[in-house]
Design a protein. Structure first.
Length: 53
């Protein structure tokens, strides 16, 4: 896969101006979802627990 281009992207810049930075919004939503999932699916044992009955 080729390396991402570092050239200016005037079309993208114009779309961001018109529509907002959708990619940044999606990345942030993904980060929030990942944090929420980590909190909900935390299977760690409580502190001091040995894990045996």
């Amino acid at each position: 896969m080729p390396a991402p281009s570092t050239a200016p992207a005037p079309i993208y810049d114009r779309l961001v101006d018109e529509q907002g930075d959708v990619l940044a919004d999606v990345r942030e939503a993904a980060r929030r979802t990942e944090r929420t999932a980590q909190d909900v699916l935390d299977f760690a044992l409580p502190e001091g627990s040995t894990g045996t009955n």
